[in-house]
Write a protein that binds this ligand. Structure first.
Ligand code: SAH
Ligand code: AVI
Length: 321
């Protein structure tokens, strides 16, 4: 478990084909998974502490209130966290598990090996009664590596579900439903639709941390694919698209430039003002999340939110459970 995402082996033909396809769309895209090398994961951690970035502290508050109820409802023997990052939120569930009982193992899956390794070694020290396992992988393709077998609570926090496009989200729910047993459950953190000013402020902080996080995707592409993007020649842009109910992050070229990406055998000629989409972050209502889960073969068994209805946790089960 020692390699980190950005230092992994040379990208596979499949990975190269997918990025090439994304970058050659009429609106070029870099999938958000490329934010999360070690620097990007650290920048995300900094984002979680920003005053304007309400999702983390709000979700932590809901988890602290509801972790016991959720564990009592599911009675899992095994916890699985997808996109675990620095591994702080799982501690709230592990603390509650100590009271509720029945806990055995905790598996965390993340694309960033360093963050995974560090968080697992800390968790092993602080929770010696549980067995921890780390899986370096991609939650859009590697879920089968988590195996099967009941008694599992899978948690997918932070609103990361919103970083999947609606069709990817449906495919994700379907794949989870396929791998779940009737006794398993999925706990999903979802950021909620709210006023545009508050949403946009959360993705454009005055300190420029989100801008640095956004530009970091170019550094990752440079390293991983031998490209020569000049990150400083791009401006950060974030806006709420109310019709699609998502925040969109883009990078805007501040001058005309030619970018070579040798590993993709690709040259991009960007005009000044040309944009690259780096992330969508979908916002939900209870109904929209329920409909999306149902389309993927899951039903909502409980919904937990904060007093200001900023963020929610939804507990989902297989529709035949
Ligand atoms: N759960 C943490 C971190 C959320 S940030 C929290 O609540 O604060 C999103 C996390 O998902 C990062 O750790 C990132 O490395 C990981 N990630 C992003 N895309 C991924 C993918 N496709 N597969 C696996 N992990 C991914
Ligand atoms: C990880 N994910 C839920 C974050 C979000 O809010 O969509 C990523 C992020 N992008 C910009 N700021 C935070």
């Amino acid at each position: 478990m020692s390699s980190t995402f950005a230092e992994d082996a040379y990208p596979s033909p499949d990975e190269r084909a997918r990025l090439r396809e994304s970058l050659t769309r009429s609106l070029p895209e870099i999938p958000p998974v490329y934010f999360y090398d070690d620097l990007g994961s650290e920048l995300f951690e900094q984002i979680t502490h920003l005053g304007v970035y309400y999702p983390t502290r709000t979700e932590v508050g809901i988890l602290e209130q509801r972790a016991g109820d959720i564990l009592r409802a599911v009675r899992p023997r095994r916890l699985v966290e997808l996109g675990s990052g620095a591994g702080r939120k799982i501690r709230i569930l592990l603390d509650a598990w100590r009271w509720v009982g029945g806990g055995e193992t905790c598996t965390m899956l993340d694309v960033n090996g360093l963050f995974l390794e560090t968080s697992i070694s800390r968790l092993r020290t602080d929770y010696p009664e549980y067995t921890f396992r780390g899986v370096i992988g991609d939650f859009t393709t590697d879920l089968p590596r988590l195996g099967r077998g009941g008694g599992r609570l899978v948690v997918f926090l932070a609103g990361t579900i919103g970083n999947l496009y609606p069709d990817e989200r449906r495919a994700f729910f379907r794949e989870i439903a396929r791998l779940m047993e009737p006794s398993d459950a999925l706990l999903v953190g979802a950021d909620l639709v709210k006023d545009t000013a508050r949403l946009e402020a959360a993705y454009d902080d005055p300190e420029g941390v989100t801008a640095a996080f956004n530009r970091n995707a170019l550094r990752v592409i440079n390293r991983r694919f031998g490209a020569n993007f000049a990150p400083d020649a791009f401006a950060h842009r974030a806006f709420y698209d109310a019709a699609r109910a998502w925040i969109e992050m883009r990078l805007v070229a501040t001058r005309r430039m030619r970018v070579q990406i040798p590993a993709l055998d690709l040259r991009l000629d960007l005009e000044r003002g040309a944009e690259i989409r780096t992330e969508v972050s979908c916002k939900f209502t209870r109904d929209s999340l329920q409909a999306s889960a149902r389309a993927g073969g899951l039903v909502m068994s409980s919904w937990h939110t904060d007093p200001d209805q900023l963020f929610a946790l939804a507990l989902l089960r297989r529709n035949d459970a």
